[in-house]
Write a protein that binds this ligand. Structure first.
Ligand SMILES: *[C@@H]1O[C@H](CO)[C@@H](O)[C@H](O)[C@H]1NC(C)=O
Ligand SMILES: *[C@@H]1O[C@H](CO)[C@@H](O)[C@H](O)[C@H]1NC(C)=O
Ligand SMILES: *[C@@H]1O[C@H](CO)[C@@H](O)[C@H](O)[C@H]1NC(C)=O
Ligand SMILES: *[C@@H]1O[C@H](CO)[C@@H](O)[C@H](O)[C@H]1NC(C)=O
Length: 286
């Protein structure tokens, strides 16, 4: 009977389709690869995220089977002081979610790990659009409150599969502008919250012979407005930006308490601030 269960488990595992995971890392303050839609990989079994005792971390495929239905599970091993997170759903090892989960488990175990970040990553941006993933094809992710990221600047990439994501100092510090090189997607960089809505797709011209200059560098299109329609000022508690959601408020309050307690040694401050906004944005107008 036990054997039957094992065989059934094995069958379920082999029947499980592959999963899309982030593949990125942080070695030190100055060396790392920001988790973004341009750093995805397709894994056979599950996604992982590991943080060493010294705070360096990496994320990618894991061989440990995880059901796609359960949320990410993070475990702190006291002997090695290594923290390992596992999950089995597409995009489940995303950076923001994992940092929240890590702080949760470190707080529970009463430890502080000096996790490596490139900066305080205070800017919040869209992470959405059409992503062409090798071995999977085009995946379309909606631009909404559930598809955001934190970084030092926001990026939107035009071309045939326009999509948006976050950049950090680890990827360099490009100027705020749109740049179009021949036969490559136009890339726009901006530094205001949610300034990177996805642009309309453009077909790359088939001919490569033209030597005409690239279109002039322009500032990012402010006309394609973010959901609130306001990217220049940031009023607090702007109700109506997203649908009020009492569960999100409760979760936010809970998370805020955990993080307030855990933040002594972690050099990043946007969670608390972001959560205040989050609570605000999801609160019903009263
Ligand atoms: C941090 O720990 C990892 C894993 O043990 C190791 O590979 C890395 O070299 C260490 N980094 C530093 C800066 O000590
Ligand atoms: C997606 O990328 C692959 C490989 O680069 C390419 O062959 C394919 O045409 C792309 N699909 C779309 C719809 O752009
Ligand atoms: C940013 O703009 C300045 C002045 O136009 C230029 O010198 C510099 O090379 C640019 N930096 C990048 C990363 O493109
Ligand atoms: C909440 O709304 C403000 C103002 O519209 C915005 O700046 C902020 O980024 C939003 N925060 C979240 C977590 O949605």
């Amino acid at each position: 009977q036990v054997l039957g269960i094992i065989i059934l488990n094995l069958l379920c595992q082999t029947a499980q389709s592959s999963v899309i995971c982030y593949s990125c890392y942080g070695k030190s303050r100055t060396e790392g690869a920001t988790c973004s839609y341009d750093k995805l990989t397709v894994c056979d079994t599950s996604c992982g995220f590991t943080v060493s005792a010294n705070g360096s971390w990496s994320t990618g495929c894991s061989t440990s089977a995880q059901p796609s239905t359960t949320p990410q599970i993070c475990t702190f091993a006291a002997t090695t002081r290594t923290t390992t997170c596992l999950c089995g759903a597409d995009f489940c090892n995303d950076f923001d979610t994992t940092v929240d989960d890590l702080l949760d488990v470190w707080n529970k175990d009463g430890v502080t790990i000096p996790m490596m970040f490139p900066s305080s990553m205070t800017l919040e941006c869209f992470e959405c659009g059409q992503v062409n993933i090798t071995g999977v094809g085009i995946v379309v992710l909606p631009c909404d409150a559930a598809h955001t990221c934190h970084g030092d600047y926001c990026v939107t990439k035009r071309g045939e599969n326009p999509h948006s994501y976050c950049g950090t100092a680890w990827d360099g510090t490009p100027n705020v502008s749109c740049t179009k090189m021949p036969n490559q997607p136009e890339i726009c960089i901006c530094t205001e919250s949610f300034c990177n809505p996805v642009l309309d797709p453009v077909q790359e011209p088939v001919t490569t012979t033209t030597l005409a200059a690239a279109p002039p560098t322009t500032t990012p299109a402010a006309t394609t407005a973010a959901p609130s329609g306001d990217t220049t000022s940031h009023p607090k508690c702007k109700n109506g930006a997203f649908t009020p959601n009492t569960q999100a408020v409760t979760m936010g309050e809970k998370l805020k308490n955990i993080i307030s307690n855990a933040f002594n040694a972690v050099n990043i401050g946007w969670f608390k601030k972001g959560i205040d906004d989050h609570i605000c944005n999801y609160s019903s107008p009263t």
